[in-house]
Design a protein around this ligand. Structure first.
Ligand code: TXA
Ligand code: MG
Length: 361
C-alpha cells in the first residue's frame, strides 16, 4: 500500500510563535476525515508529536492502530477531541477539578484520565475503567477532528518502542505502507508528548510528565503528585499508566545518560566516556546542548539547543535521537538537564531511552 501525503500549509517554525495564516487544504482534510469515519488509519500532526489516529468508537479501527505500531494490547490509547462538550459523551464524571484543568490547558499538551463511559470499546482503554482525553493545540489536528466529527484514538505515530515522530519523514520511516494517509503539518512545536494526569485520585497524579509542567498544573490545581515510575526506570509494582512500563523512546544504538549538577562535570565525563568507547573501537554520537556541542571529539554530535531555553531542547529531543541513530553510531551519549519545568519531561524520556544506563557525576 502506498501512503498518500496530503500537504498542508501551516506553521513550521514552532518555538517562536509567529502567526502564519493556516490555510487548511479543505479537500485533503475532508478526505482524511472520511477515511477516519470509514475505519481507516490517518496520521496527523499535533503540537506534541504526530499521532496515529482511528475512530475511537470503532473496535476494528482501533485494533488497526495496535497492528500498525506493533503495540502491546495492554497499553491504552488517548482519545483526541476538538470540543469540551465531547468529554460528557466519553467520560462518566467531569469533576470540577478536571474542568478547571481542561479550561486552563486545553487545547494543549495535557491528557486527563477520567472514569470512562460504556460506549468506549475495551480496545481503547485496554480494559481499564478510565479513559484518557486530550484536545490538541494544533490547527491541522483541530480542523481534522472537526471535519471527521468523531472522537479519534491516537497514540504517537511511531513503531512501538521507537522515539515518537516529530516530522513526516520520521513517521514514514516507521509506518510507510501501514497506514492509509499521512497529513503533513510540518514539524511539531513541543516535540515531546502530553502530560498524562490522573484526575480520578485526589490529589491528581502525573502519570507521564510532558508538555504541561507540574509547576503549571499546581498553579491551577494545587498540590499535584508525580508517579514514581516516571523517575525510576524499574520502579516496583504495577505502573498506573501501563505505557510507562515498556522500554521507550529507544533508538537502535545503546543510550547512556550522563547527569550531574555542574555542566563542566557532565561534559568532562562525556569526553572521558567517548575516549573509553573509542578504545573499544565503538563509534559515539553525543546528544549535546548548544553550550557544549563544540567540545566533543565524537563521530557525531547533535545540538539540541541552549540550556537556558529547555523548550528548544524538548522540541529537538526525539529528532536528535533519530538523527544520531541514522548516523549509525554504536553508542549515543546524552547530557542530562535540570529536573524542573519541561526539564522533568526531557529527563523522563532520556531515562527511558537509556533504560538504566545512567552515569552520575
Ligand atoms: O502528546 C501525546 O499525548 C501524543 C499525541 C499523539 O497526542 N500521544 C501519545 O500517545 O503520546 P501514546 O499512546 O504514545 O501514549 C499514551 C500514554 C501511555 O503511556 C498510556 O499508557 C497512557 O497514556 N494512558 C492512556 N490511557 C490511560 C488510562 N486510562 N490510564 C492510565 N494511562 C493511560
Ligand atoms: Mg508513544
Amino acid at each position: 500500500m502506498e501512503v498518500r501525503q496530503i500537504k498542508m500549509e501551516t506553521k513550521r517554525t514552532k518555538v517562536i510563535r509567529v502567526e502564519e495564516p493556516f490555510r487548511p487544504d479543505r479537500e485533503g482534510l475532508a478526505e482524511a476525515g472520511e477515511i477516519l469515519r470509514a475505519g481507516g488509519l490517518v496520521v496527523f500532526p499535533t503540537e506534541t508529536v504526530y499521532g496515529l489516529g482511528a475512530n475511537a468508537l470503532d473496535p476494528d479501527a482501533v485494533s488497526g492502530i495496535f497492528r500498525a505500531k506493533g503495540r502491546p494490547s495492554d497499553n491504552p490509547l488517548i482519545i483526541h477531541i476538538c470540543k469540551i462538550d465531547q468529554v460528557y459523551e466519553l467520560a462518566d464524571d467531569f469533576t470540577v477539578q478536571a474542568q478547571r484543568a481542561a479550561e486552563a490547558f486545553w487545547p494543549g499538551p495535557l491528557t486527563l484520565i477520567l472514569p470512562k463511559k460504556a460506549c468506549i470499546p475495551a480496545q481503547v482503554t485496554a480494559g481499564l475503567n478510565t479513559v484518557a482525553l486530550r484536545m490538541p493545540d494544533n490547527p491541522v489536528a483541530l480542523a481534522l477532528l472537526e471535519t471527521a466529527g468523531i472522537p479519534v484514538a491516537a497514540p504517537s505515530a511511531n513503531t512501538s518502542g521507537r522515539p515518537s515522530p516529530t516530522t513526516v519523514d520520521h513517521v514514514l520511516r516507521d509506518l510507510d505502507g501501514k497506514v492509509d494517509v499521512v497529513v503533513d503539518g510540518g514539524s511539531c512545536r513541543i516535540g515531546l508528548e502530553s502530560t498524562v494526569l490522573d484526575m480520578t485520585s485526589e490529589p491528581p497524579v502525573i502519570l507521564r510528565p510532558g508538555g504541561v509542567s507540574r509547576e503549571d498544573l499546581e498553579g491551577v490545581l494545587g498540590h499535584t503528585d508525580i508517579d514514581a515510575s516516571s523517575y525510576d526506570h524499574d520502579s516496583p509494582g504495577i505502573p498506573r499508566s501501563p505505557g510507562m512500563k515498556y522500554r521507550h523512546y529507544a533508538p537502535k544504538a545503546k543510550v547512556v545518560l550522563v547527569n550531574g549538577k555542574e555542566l563542566n562535570d557532565i561534559s568532562n565525563k562525556v569526553n572521558e566516556l567517548i575516549a573509553n568507547y573509542h578504545s573499544q573501537n565503538l563509534t559515539v554520537g553525543v546528544l549535546a546542548s548548544g553550550e557544549t556541542v563544540q567540545g566533543y571529539g565524537a563521530e557525531a554530535a547533535f545540538p539540541l539547543g541552549s540550556r537556558v531555553q529547555l523548550e528548544t531542547v524538548a522540541q529537538n529531543l526525539f529528532y536528535g535521537l533519530r538523527f544520531l541513530d541514522d548516523c549509525n553510531v554504536d553508542i549515543i551519549i546524552a547530557e542530562g538537564y535540570p529536573d524542573e519545568g519541561i526539564g522533568t519531561a526531557i529527563m523522563n524520556r532520556l531515562r527511558k531511552a537509556a533504560g538504566g544506563n545512567l552515569v552520575m557525576v
